[in-house]
Design a protein around this ligand. Structure first.
Ligand SMILES: Nc1ncnc2c1ncn2[C@@H]1O[C@H](COP(=O)(O)OP(=O)(O)OP(=O)(O)O)[C@@H](O)[C@H]1O
Ligand SMILES: [Mg+2]
Length: 300
């Protein structure tokens, strides 16, 4: 039993355990999703969301820089990393497809978080978004909700004058003002926007709740991925976790202590689905009877 399974067991959490390295991965089936529901409540006001997802703004992703930095290379659909993310996305997508039966609220909203900085949240967010967007019948909206330390724009090599913070701060800013289409037809983006000293309050505002509710309800076929700050460093990830249907807790293998994982899992106890993803592992893992070879961390 891995450290992660122990941590989950101790904390009484349920979900799936996924292990990924950038080089290797395994998924272990655990119990089915928790019955608990989100603690966020409130009436839905659709007045400011009428233009949702009708953006004409387009950005071009710097694919070369992405590939050079070790992300999924769209010219190499057969790479090991691409294969790993096919495995990682499957249980998340299955939860969305079965959500009418399994009772997961806002199952198409997925938060990528971790306990500490540098565990691989942004790496996972971008690769997961690319992997899902490459499916013919799926659309992805990738949102940089790490508003204190945004990095998605930099990694993708794009610029936007306005992002999530501007939308939350100003009622006059609409969804279409912040929504960016990309040159990957099924992928849209929302950047974090400017730094704001009350960003935590903005993320916990009614306007943010309405945004989450509306994007989930109206666009059931669209998968929304939120990149977030570390859970144990800022309160923002915990706030965001209450808005989404599924949470992926990224854990840096051989680095993050079990006590830290336990603390994070406890903070996520209100979430419908918590999936743990063991990142940066080095050992050889057997997936479905196949041995996947290992390189060093960072060698793809
Ligand atoms: N599985 C992996 N294979 C190769 N490189 C990885 C892997 N996971 C993360 N990295 C690299 O590790 C570094 C830290 O990852 P990343 O920026 O995604 O962490 P983070 O959790 O988002 O950090 P922060 O909390 O600072 O936002 C990056 O250079 C990233 O490209
Ligand atoms: Mg990050």
């Amino acid at each position: 039993m891995s450290i992660i399974e122990n941590a989950l067991k101790k904390a009484g959490s349920q979900g799936l355990v996924v292990e990924s390295t950038g080089n290797s991965i395994s998924i272990k089936d655990r119990d089915s999703v928790s019955e608990s529901s989100s603690s966020v409540s409130g009436a839905v006001d659709v007045r400011n969301t009428a233009s949702l997802l009708s953006s004409e703004q387009q950005v071009i992703i710097n694919w070369r820089s992405l590939a050079e930095n070790g992300f999924i290379d769209n010219n190499n659909a057969k790479s090991q990393l691409a294969e790993e993310f096919r495995v990682i996305k499957r249980p998340l997508v299955n939860n969305i497809q079965g959500s009418e039966n399994n009772g997961i609220n806002r199952s198409n909203l997925i938060l990528i978080c971790s306990s500490l900085p540098g565990e691989g949240k942004t790496f996972v967010s971008i690769n997961l978004a690319l992997s899902i967007a490459n499916e013919r019948d799926k659309s992805v909206l990738l949102i940089d909700a790490d508003v204190e330390k945004p990095s998605i724009s930099k990694q993708l090599g794009i610029n936007s004058p306005r992002g999530l913070i501007e939308y939350l701060e100003d009622d006059k800013v609409t969804f279409s003002d912040i929504l960016l289409k990309t040159d990957l037809p099924n992928l849209s983006l929302i950047t974090a926007g400017k730094r704001h000293k009350y960003s935590t309050e903005l993320l916990s505002s009614q306007r943010m709740y309405l945004f989450a509710e509306e994007v989930s309800r109206r666009y059931k076929d669209r998968i929304v991925i939120f990149d977030s700050p570390p859970l144990l460093v800022a309160t923002q990830a915990q706030i965001l976790a209450e808005l989404v249907g599924q949470v992926v807790l990224v854990i840096a293998a051989e680095t993050t202590p079990q006590s830290v994982v336990n603390e994070s899992v406890a903070k996520l106890s209100n979430c419908d689905v918590v999936m743990t993803l063991l990142n940066k592992t080095r050992k050889e893992i057997d997936i479905y009877g196949h041995n996947y070879s290992y390189g060093k961390y960072g060698h793809l």
